[in-house]
Design a protein. Structure first.
Length: 196
């Protein structure tokens, strides 16, 4: 996809702060430090557009990135953040749940998992949640440059089995470093927003 126009539009913590322009939205979900910002930066071809951090749990708001004045990529706070208080964790959970269950312009979600490891219990719970609400999902296994090529099939098998991936949701292997999987992710996003 050619990026002509890009802006960080809104940081929101509740429904009253969401954009009101009715553009389609694609949400990015995943554990803290799984590479959501890196995926966004790779997709929009900007090195530091979405801020990456070595500190897990840094994103504490829903960040709406407007692309080509046509749709939003929504960076959702990471789950599984160990250094965040239980109270904050509950608030994040509430904020994420409110967004995922009430947002009518949400056309699909991208769930990021670390391709080097088996998906965590949090990853499984998030995928089950998304399936329960019948949100179209793309699973993206990140950091695949750190996995040997001859192990990629094993990654596919492990992620598919652990998440109990259904036949309609897709899995895509991805690396921000060498951009592999970038065009496939864009294709999935384009299909979702053009069906809007």
């Amino acid at each position: 996809m050619q990026i002509k126009n890009l802006k960080m539009d809104i940081s929101a913590v509740s429904a009253q702060q969401y954009p009101t322009d009715n553009l389609a939205e694609i949400a990015l979900l995943g554990r803290s430090n799984v590479g959501k910002s890196s995926l966004i930066n790779t997709l929009v071809q900007r090195k530091k557009f979405a801020r990456t951090s070595s500190t897990p749990g840094k994103t504490q708001t829903l960040n709406f990135y407007q692309v080509n004045e046509a749709f939003y990529l929504v960076d959702v706070p990471g789950y599984g953040y160990a250094r965040v208080s239980k109270q904050q964790r509950a608030q994040f959970g509430q904020m994420i749940e409110e967004y995922l269950t009430t947002r009518s312009v949400l056309q699909g979600v991208i769930i990021l998992v670390d391709g080097r490891h088996e998906p965590t219990a949090d990853d499984v719970s998030m995928y089950q949640f998304v399936r329960y609400y019948q949100l179209p999902a793309l699973i993206v296994a990140t950091k695949m440059d750190k996995v040997k090529k001859n192990q990629w099939n094993k990654t596919v098998q492990t992620v598919t089995n652990t998440l109990n991936l259904n036949s309609t949701d897709q899995l895509q292997l991805f690396s921000a470093l060498n951009k592999s999987g970038q065009s496939e992710v864009w294709h999935w996003i384009s299909t979702r927003i053009n069906n809007n």
